[in-house]
Design a protein around this ligand. Structure first.
Ligand SMILES: [Fe+2]
Ligand SMILES: [Fe+2]
Length: 370
């Protein structure tokens, strides 16, 4: 169903100023180019393209009626990003049918991107994705998690804590620059199930920490807990981990042991002993006592575990597995909602709605993308 890339066609003068916007858009991952504002060029623009008239306002060039004729049906995808316009011209442009006109005096690529998001949020999504795929950061993330699990099979945790700090910086950078949906798409492209899952849970946890207003230190704690929550899976036979269908009862019992293995591995090391180990043990417990391994209840489940549990379930629902397609974020969130109260902390589930909404594949305006 992928749509073709939206092209951004920039027109205007002075050239130097328009070139600054052009460079800004290119660095944000947009497919942008300069075009001369002639009838023939504009006729060649695709129906999906966005036209941008930028630079200095020239009453002789920018007569609203003439411009309106020139862009024709592309009027609804035309942005006027002109400087020095007086309020009367602004009104005249509106009367001529233009709705995307810069109202701020901040004529930066960033405010241009905000306007593009209003014309077509998907264009911003595509651009963020292109920029993220280009970034060397994204290449390293899942590879590093795969590598971590490989090393854990042989060895305990110590070097992994440093790796966790490195991963957090990398993910922060990537998620900070792009909508969450870009992050999911990137991680979906990796095939090692457990590594994909851990990276996804860590990414959601970072976004959740942001939504909760967590500080630097607390975010770090949450990230470490997410990063290590399933390390016990390194002790589960690969035939079970990678089984392309549902597990039978006996296999499921073995799989459930991953929480105890994780607790054991992480307790062995002074750096991960305590909180990180406890989350690895308790992240499948539910408030009503119906979880595993111990069946503990609400009062015994701490906040950090409640947070990771929500991210873990959301990741499991939204990730692709050999035997199931990913669920859309909206559907996954409604499953979380149905578990809120009895199994999951209802206040936290409510805050998580923001994270789930951010995952929504560029269908909503993503104004923060700049
Ligand atoms: Fe788990
Ligand atoms: Fe998990």
């Amino acid at each position: 169903m992928g749509r073709s890339r939206v092209g951004i066609q920039l027109m205007g003068e002075p050239q130097a100023e328009v070139d600054v916007y052009l460079a800004g858009l290119l660095s944000h991952g947009f497919e942008a180019r300069r075009m001369s504002p002639g009838e023939r060029e504009i006729a060649r623009a695709g129906k999906q393209d966005i036209l941008v008239f930028a630079g200095r306002y020239r009453p002789d060039h920018h007569v609203p009626a003439r411009l309106s004729d020139l862009v024709g049906p592309l009027k609804a995808r035309t942005i006027l990003f002109l400087s020095d316009m007086d309020p009367r011209s602004f009104v005249a442009f509106e009367q001529a049918g233009f709705s995307f006109i810069n109202v701020t005096t901040d004529l930066s690529a960033k405010s241009l991107v905000a306007l593009i998001a209003q014309v077509d949020p998907h264009a911003v999504y595509q651009a963020s994705k292109a920029a993220a795929l280009r970034s060397s950061v994204s290449n390293g993330i899942a590879d590093a998690v795969v590598d971590l699990f490989g090393r854990l099979r042989a060895n305990p945790v110590a070097p992994a804590l440093e790796e966790s700090a490195r991963q957090r910086r990398a993910m922060n950078e990537l998620i900070g620059k792009s909508p969450m949906s870009v992050w999911i798409d990137l991680i979906q492209n990796y095939h090692d199930g457990t590594a994909q899952h851990c990276a996804l849970v860590s990414g959601y946890t970072l976004a959740f920490a942001r939504a909760l207003g967590a500080g630097e230190r607390q975010t770090g704690r949450l990230f470490d807990a997410a990063f290590f929550h399933d390390v016990g899976k390194a002790m589960i036979p690969l035939e079970i981990l990678d089984k392309p269908g549902a597990l039978d009862a006996a296999e499921w019992e073995i799989m459930k042991r991953h929480v105890v293995h994780g607790y054991d591995i992480l307790s062995r090391d002074a750096d991960t002993n305590g909180e990180i180990a406890r989350v690895a043990r308790d992240h499948h417990e539910y408030l009503d006592g119906s979880g595993y391994p111990l069946g503990i209840r609400a009062g015994e489940i701490d906040d950090i575990t409640r947070i990771i549990t929500i991210c873990d379930i959301f990741a499991a629902l939204t990730e692709r597995r050999a035997y199931k397609p990913p669920k859309p974020a909206e559907e996954a969130y409604s499953i979380l909602l149905s578990m809120a109260g009895a199994k999951l902390d209802p206040d936290l589930v409510r805050v998580f709605e923001r994270v789930a909404a951010e995952c929504d594949g560029g269908r909503r305006p993503v104004l923060s993308a700049a």
